[in-house]
Design a protein around this ligand. Sequence first.
Ligand code: C2E
Ligand code: CA
Ligand code: CA
Length: 396
Amino acid sequence: MREGEAGNCAYILDEGTVEILVQREGQAVQIGTRGPGSLIGEMAMVDDQPRTATVIALEDCKVMEISREDFGRRLESIDPVLKMVMRVIMTRYRDTLGRSRLTAKPPPGFPSAETVEHSDASHDKAIQSIKVYNELRTALQNEELFLNFQPMIWLDSGKIAGFEALMRWNHPEKGLISPGIFIPVAEETGLIGEMSHWAFEEACSAVKLLKNSAKAGVMDERAPLFVSVNFSVKDFADEELFKHLDKMLVKKSTAPEHIHLEVTESLLMEQPENAKDTLEKCRNRGMSVAIDDFGTGYSSLSYLHYFPIDTLKVDRSFIRSMLTQDASMVLVKSVVALAKNLNMKVVAEGIETPEEAAAIRATGCDLAQGYYFSKPVLLAQALEMMGNWQAPEIPS
Ligand code: C2E
Ligand code: CA
Ligand code: CA
């Protein structure tokens, strides 16, 4: 077996011995032998240039093949921080070997020749992510994370139906950081799981306090007051997720009817089996499931039958354009009709003006959320809201 011919595979020698030869001044020179357990042709994992060494079997050998694709897949499944470190090491290795200007396609998950050209930048990015990872870990331990709560309002009565829990990070030096910045890092580094567990526990505590603060007439009797918790696709890769949530409900003595789980269409598409299984268990336990940012992700609606879904949250981009673009209005009306037919509730996200509130109410949409009703607020303010809520006027 010539490594040059091996192309994009490395091998683990299972049985037998091989010698490794390189060409020096037109002569094949042996530079060593390898026995069982050795890795041969590992450079194939870094790039796909022709190999310069030759491997000759000295006896009957058995090898296990590792293709670049397989390697890439395995790389995807390792601990995210480890992956980042691997990337930095590999990038440096390629640089050291002077291969950075080669146009070879790297294996999946590895920096491309172009990114290696800018290896300082990709290296800095990886280091930056590790730094934020460490800071986020500390944040979790030091209670720098907290939840804000934004009410969802019944459009017909103006009463409070529930709250969405939105994560915030109070960084000791940088101040308040929005989830748009730190959630992607948490997802990339695998910390999101712990953070979601934390958010769920906080939401369970909040439910009790919110319920206890409710004055007559603030809440509707139609459905139990709820707190809605956001989940990421990485959360659903964890097969223990349901077990954990169940344990938390017991620990906090929270009735599951008070908890909604918000997941996006892309989450459902990326983890269909896990998501279906976990969401069904959650639903059987009594929690509700809402599809977040509905309309921005997947193009087929058939998944609405496949997953157990109670609520569709129409993305605010449709609300924004609803009053100026007929197509958006038609779309929102269709989603409301579809949800009614499927026995689901609809929440309109991002209502900012009385005109939007009026237009969305006219579609027959059940609930609304947005700055027009309230910005996301601290728990203390949300508790106050439960005591003296006055819904803003919705013009007819
Ligand atoms: P999202 O789940 O779609 O949450 C709604 C976002 O819209 C929130 O941004 C909220 O503050 C904002 N918003 C609400 N009403 C209005 C409005 O009338 N106008 C405008 N322009 N914006 C409005 P936020 O809090 O910055 O969160 C951004 C995203 O970060 C969330 O989008 C969600 O995807 C993610 N996120 C927040 N908290 C968590 C969490 O605990 N876990 C996970 N996995 N993701 C979270
Ligand atoms: Ca959400
Ligand atoms: Ca949303």
